[in-house]
Ligand binder design. Structure first.
Ligand code: ITT
Length: 211
């Protein structure tokens, strides 16, 4: 019991201060739904709830730079703890493309089907179809700026499969799975995804600290 009591104090289980609201700085409805599912029990606000634009500036050349840029934009305007996710698909045979340009791979419209069609076209006939999804999550609060990374490796299919998820999910087959992210139900995707890994690190950080 003394051991358990000490662990509870260390982990803040007796800390009855209310958890602060967190602002999720994404305009992508698919990401927003996954972040909400991965952060149960948290008081979460969307950009729309906070009266901010949903297409935040992201002019960096790395996931980390863009995640920080989006979180800073929102933090400077609200002063709330802000969480931003910048993510994308890196394909080995395309030297890491589309990478940070994943959302606009087929044009400015951020059209998921057009992006997947372009990717399948680029890989037409390719035997090396290895790829990975990467996410960098930035948290900015009154204390500072923190980054949490996640990735999942897999391959690109030769056709779109499944209707779950968003973005490139129907063409991404994660390692050790016969089903694409588009075919997996959301709980199973979150259990192995790049975003799931990054959010676990974020949750550990939040539960160890004051947020
Ligand atoms: P925000 O910047 O507002 O968050 P966005 O859609 O512009 O929204 P990104 O710039 O981070 O987000 O682009 C990420 C793109 O990568 C996204 O449009 C998807 O096409 C793809 N992507 C990221 N995570 C994905 C996932 O879990 N499943 C499928 N595609 C994903």
């Amino acid at each position: 019991w003394p051991w358990l009591h000490k662990r509870c104090i260390q982990r803040g289980f007796f800390n009855l201060r209310p958890m602060p609201q967190l602002l999720l700085c994404t305009g992508n409805p698919g990401k927003l739904a996954e972040l909400r599912a991965l952060l149960p029990g948290r008081d979460l606000l969307s950009l729309r709830d906070a009266g901010l634009p949903t297409d935040l500036p992201e002019t960096g050349h790395t996931f980390a730079a863009n995640a920080l840029q989006k979180a800073r934009f929102a933090f400077e305007r609200t002063g709330m703890p802000c969480i931003a996710d910048d993510s994308g698909l890196e394909v080995d045979a395309l030297n890491g493309a589309p990478g940070v340009y994943s959302a606009r791979y087929a044009g400015q419209a951020k059209d998921d089907r057009a992006n997947m069609a372009k990717l399948l076209h680029e890989l037409d006939g390719a035997t090396d179809r290895r790829a990975r999804f990467r996410t960098v999550i930035a948290l900015i609060d009154g204390q500072g700026e923190h980054l949490f990374e996640g990735e999942v490796r897999g391959t690109i299919t030769t056709e779109m499969r499944g209707t779950h998820g968003f973005g490139y999910d129907p063409v991404f087959l994660p390692e050790m799975s016969d089903l694409t992210f588009g075919e997996l139900d959301p709980v199973r995707k979150n259990a192995i995804s790049h975003r799931g890994h990054a959010v676990w690190k974020l949750v550990r950080f939040l539960s160890e600290g004051q947020l």
